[in-house]
Write a protein that binds this ligand. Sequence first.
Ligand code: SAM
Ligand code: SF4
Length: 357
Amino acid sequence: MRIAAGRGNYSPFRLGEMASSVFLTSLWLMNDTALVDPFGRRIEYVRVSVTDRCDLRCFYCMPRGFRDFEEPEHWLSFDEIERVMAAFARLGTRRIRLTGGEPLVRQNLPDLAARLSALPGVEDISLSTNATRLAKSAEALYAGGVRRINVSLDSLKPEVFRDITAGKLEKVLAGLMAAKQAGFRPIKINMVVMGGVNDDEVGDMVDFCLEHGFTLRFIETMPMGETGREAAGHFVDLRRVKERLADRFELIPGMMPGGGPARYVRVAGTDLHIGFITPISQHFCETCNRVRLSVDGTIYTCLGNEHKLELRPRLRAGCSESDLEAAILEAIALKPERHEFRERPEKVVRFMSMTGG
Ligand code: SAM
Ligand code: SF4
């Protein structure tokens, strides 16, 4: 039996009340506890932001000089994150991605990974990172149960990389090589393609990934916060990128495990998979299977909407396990059908690093 968080004539608030009712509580205790949102999408993946801070300043993500970060007393502790994720896992979540901000600026991240990978029901722990600190922690993360890693890398030219991120390319490359050495598979490179910035490097990035056995994903800029909207001026429709690649490579349909939004092709005669993440040109909301937990304990149900539920006040007021599960169901019932990045780009005021990318 699947538990749908609701649909039909009910408002989200009414559905929230229903979700916390004794009736639903008793249903969760009865075995199959899949989280299903009001549009029938099964939510089995949570992206956990462990910090909104970052040691880089990618101009499309975080404004240069930005320092208005969440206060440390508002960060969920590792105990609190573990408790929330244990509740998600009891309700059917199987996969967790650690992200941020830059997750590796939070102290002792491998310890958190180990705690989460030991939770009953959790099958997969992955990490999104800029890799500047990965060389130091790759082995500990692997030992903590992380197996899949996504690394942001927008340029292979040190000056262009610095212009985009205000950081040093060499550290990222060292982190990537350490990850390869430690045994992570797959290692996915995420490249935000921007016209007049790095779109001339698409072919070089393919060669780089072929050489190192990485998977490559291209991403369209999203209008997240003011910085994201400014970067949207560099928007490149990835369908054009795919056409350009098809002139040079034979591309055949591909598949990658991970349940993400990318649509994959494979370069014929190689193992290289190339994914296209196209939130603007071809949105993929109908298959969205995720929610996000921010560093301050807020569940965001959509990257492009403000629908959210704050767990921290409930956690710190001493809520019970069943209260916590009810709150999670309440949040899932708030998940909207789709983002409106194209129709209403002004809508999202949070930067990507605040929500957890
Ligand atoms: N710091 C880590 C990293 O860079 O991979 C994890 C967090 S970062 C917010 C996650 C992903 O969001 C990165 O791949 C980044 O390129 C992407 N991102 C951030 N802002 C974006 C925007 N406005 N449009 C598209 N992608 C964005
Ligand atoms: Fe930091 Fe990642 Fe945002 Fe770049 S994309 S500023 S690395 S959080």
